[in-house]
Design a protein around this ligand. Structure first.
Ligand SMILES: Cc1ncc(C[n+]2csc(CCOP(=O)(O)OP(=O)(O)O)c2C)c(N)n1
Length: 560
């Protein structure tokens, strides 16, 4: 069958099962859009208002559904606008395929109109990227891109297609298989290593599981739950590992690291055996590497061998999927003697609880309490999407998550402006689940043009904008380390976000008083369409406890 390159691309995407594409048009992708129009009944095209928004939306779609997000943008500025979104997905190992238009082959390198070296620019932030030089390569490249994006350690892949390649007529034949030399992710942990873990667990009196983003990405939450419950092993998580266990489980001790709970960090520092699952031990988790988990033997399970030993030395490295390793461990009869350890942790926890208030502003509207209330009011299947900053950490600490893929956040890159568009992607991919976006006043203003996208597709996203009049997380650092010199962090002249939502055709409400919080949050949870709640919270609230960067986990600041 002879087809044009643009048509081949679209047919290939359909054969990969793509039914949703986040796309923004332009000169070098018009022909692809034109072809997509013919398949309107099979592919939903979501048009954002900015390519960064579209890319974060595809990311939110992928994180929440487990299916790769697909993005199409034009050459030059269209492509460069996706860079932050691609880097965000790369840092958090999110499967994504980004298709960029490119200037014609003979114009490449000539500073042509809307030319940018996309392959060069995205090289360090993609799992792989390809410039397609002939239409006969399109089908194979698409097959390869989806395979790479979704297997092993997932990640974004870019396909750059020049305009004249899209117009070329060639014969179309979609490959059944591909052969990628040197690319063979190791799926199963070595039987000898599995035997060793079993032995180590039997001897341990203070075992601990650290669940990382890999647990969510690979859909292994149920398996971790089972292991923890059946063997009696307490669980802590990284920012990306939230949702690993039911929030009320006695075994769950919340997040660890810089913005972890006191009891989570205590567990790490006193454990004698740590089973780290899909964790990359970022500096935010480890603090001072030399003092991290000083008493524990470390078993590190990861699909990516490059992660093991990168920042923390593993006593027992296991390269494989969490499913395969936990499948083996769950089958094994392992008596773990951890009763006393669990009792110790429960006691420590009740002596050092999280406090959902701002001690500097008693009776004020504390953002911590607001988020805790939201966690009580919103249905348990809610997907929470945060922005970056204090709002993100308060959501992580106080909302309470019970299922995998229910907490979407930019962990690795820490991208302000992620929340709103990623919530759009989550809503597009999960029409049956409530989606709550929690954002700060600063981050919300980085991509608020996407309110128009919410309106256009009538996506029932609930938005909680936490306005503390500051770029709060940085203000917190200035309070702690720069003698309260609030350089460049004051935002006391924010717009009326509720009125702004109304301008976009979205219901908006304002909250100022703690006593109204319950009612207005209920309205947010129960209203049918999208709604924005602009909450004026206590400006002095801080994320506490916190471990300053590079310090051992014991050096906790409990009061600022
Ligand atoms: C794109 C981007 N620019 C700058 C930063 C640095 N940064 C991290 S948190 C933060 C403050 C966020 O303020 P806001 O959105 O109001 O949220 P809050 O911390 O008050 O909840 C800043 C500026 C960032 N993470 N991302």
């Amino acid at each position: 069958m002879i087809l044009k390159g643009a048509r081949i691309l679209v047919e290939s995407l359909l054969l990969e099962g793509v039914d949703t594409i986040f796309a923004y048009t332009g000169g070098k992708v018009i022909s692809i859009f034109d072809q997509l129009q013919e398949f309107e009944d099979r592919v939903r095209l979501i048009l954002p208002r900015h390519e960064q928004g579209g890319t974060h939306a595809a990311d939110g779609y992928a994180r929440s559904t487990g299916r790769p997000g697909v993005v199409i943008v034009t050459s030059g500025p269209g492509a460069t606008n996706t860079v932050t979104g691609i880097a965000t997905a790369y840092m958090d190992s999110v499967p994504m395929v980004v298709i960029t238009g490119q200037v014609n082959l003979d114009q490449i390198g000539s500073d042509a109109f809307q030319e940018a070296d996309v392959v060069g620019i995205t090289m360090p932030i993609t799992k792989a990227n390809f410039l397609v030089r002939d239409a006969s390569e399109i089908a194979y490249t698409v097959k390869k891109a989806f395979h790479l994006a979704t297997t092993g350690r997932p990640g974004p892949v870019v396909i750059d297609i020049p305009g004249d390649v899209q117009a070329q007529d060639v014969s179309f034949d979609y490959p059944d298989t591909i052969e990628l030399r040197g690319y063979k992710p190791n799926m199963n942990g070595h039987p000898k290593q599995i035997k060793s873990v079993i032995g180590m667990l039997k001897q341990s009196r203070k075992p601990l599981i650290i669940a990382g983003g890999g647990v969510n990405l690979s859909g292994a939450t149920e398996m971790v739950n089972r292991l923890a419950d059946e063997k009696g092993i307490p669980v802590v998580c990284t920012l990306m590992g939230h949702g690993v266990m039911p929030k009320r489980s006695e075994l769950l001790l919340g997040p660890i690291g810089m913005h972890g709970t006191l009891y989570g960090n205590y567990a790490v520092q006193h454990a004698d055996l740590i089973l780290a699952l899909g964790v990359r031990f970022s500096d935010r988790i480890v603090g001072d590497g030399a003092g991290f988990a000083p008493k524990a033997k470390l078993v590190h399970v990861d699909i990516d061998p490059a992660e093991i030993g990168k920042s923390i030395k593993a006593d027992l490295p296991i390269v494989g999927t969490i499913q395969s390793v936990l499948g083996d461990l769950n089958k094994a009869d392992i008596p773990v003697d951890s009763e006393q350890w669990i009792r110790e942790l429960v006691e420590y926890r009740s002596a050092h609880p999280l406090v959902a208030e701002d001690p500097k502003n008693p009776g004020g509207l504390a953002p911590q309490r607001l988020i805790q209330l939201a966690g009580e009011i919103f249905p348990k299947e809610t997907i929470v999407v945060t922005d970056v900053g204090q709002n993100q950490m308060w959501a992580a600490l106080f909302f309470g998550f019970s299922r995998g893929r229910s907490f979407l956040t930019s962990g690795g890159l820490g991208t302000m402006g992620f929340g709103l568009p990623a919530a759009i992607g989550a809503a597009v991919g999960n029409p049956d689940k409530p989606v709550l976006m929690i954002s700060g006043d600063g981050g919300f203003q980085m991509n608020l043009q996407e309110l128009a996208t919410i309106r256009r597709y009538r996506l029932p996203v609930k938005m909680l904008v936490i306005d503390n009049g500051y770029l709060g997380m940085v203000r917190q650092w200035q309070e702690l380390l720069f003698e309260k010199r609030y350089a460049g962090t004051v935002m006391d002249d924010n717009p009326d976000f509720a009125a702004l939502a109304e301008v976009f055709g979205i219901h908006g409400r304002t909250l100022r008083d703690a006593k109204d919080a319950q009612d207005v949050l209920r309205e947010l949870a129960e209203c049918e369409g999208p709604m924005l709640l602009h909450a004026h919270v206590s400006p002095s609230a801080n994320v506490l406890p916190m471990v300053p960067a590079g310090k051992p986990l014991e050096q906790v600041v409990e009061k600022i």
